[in-house]
Design a protein. Structure first.
Length: 138
């Protein structure tokens, strides 16, 4: 159930053979994101369980889920960009059904992230799923 944007990342990862290039690719995606407005970097948007500072600001418009995010760590900003590709544009009811672990496994990220980064990534996914599930329930 991956979006076209996420499928593009998967295809690019298949083309990049070494992990240094893949990390650079993820970091570049993070750098390309607009910074999250400082006014949105508040306790309610902060994600607990991440080694670095992470903020996610979800939006649901006309039943479609999207979010913006930011981090003080370049690789985490890149991971936020990857998650945006995975989730943004989906109907809000579909967001909790996304097998994020399975989709991200296609990139091999789990094998190449530190335990702290993996835990942070899981925390971000949990926040996204929670917000979408709450919205879908009304």
């Amino acid at each position: 159930m991956a979006t076209a944007a996420f499928e593009d990342i998967v295809a690019d990862f298949e083309f990049l053979e070494d992990w240094e290039d893949r990390y650079r690719y993820v970091i570049d995606h993070g750098k390309a994101m607009d910074a999250l407005d400082e006014a949105l970097k508040v306790p309610s948007t902060k994600v607990d369980g991440c080694a670095s500072q992470v903020w996610l600001h979800p939006r649901i418009e006309n039943g479609v889920f999207s979010f913006d995010g930011d981090s003080d760590a370049l690789i985490v900003r890149g991971l936020i960009a990857v998650l945006r590709a995975l989730y943004n544009g989906l109907p809000v009811a579909d967001v909790p059904r996304v097998d994020a672990g399975g989709e991200l496994a296609r990139l091999g990220l789990n094998d190449h992230l530190s335990a702290q980064r993996s835990n942070g990534l899981r925390s971000m996914i949990e926040r996204i799923r929670l917000v979408a599930a709450e919205e879908a329930q009304g």
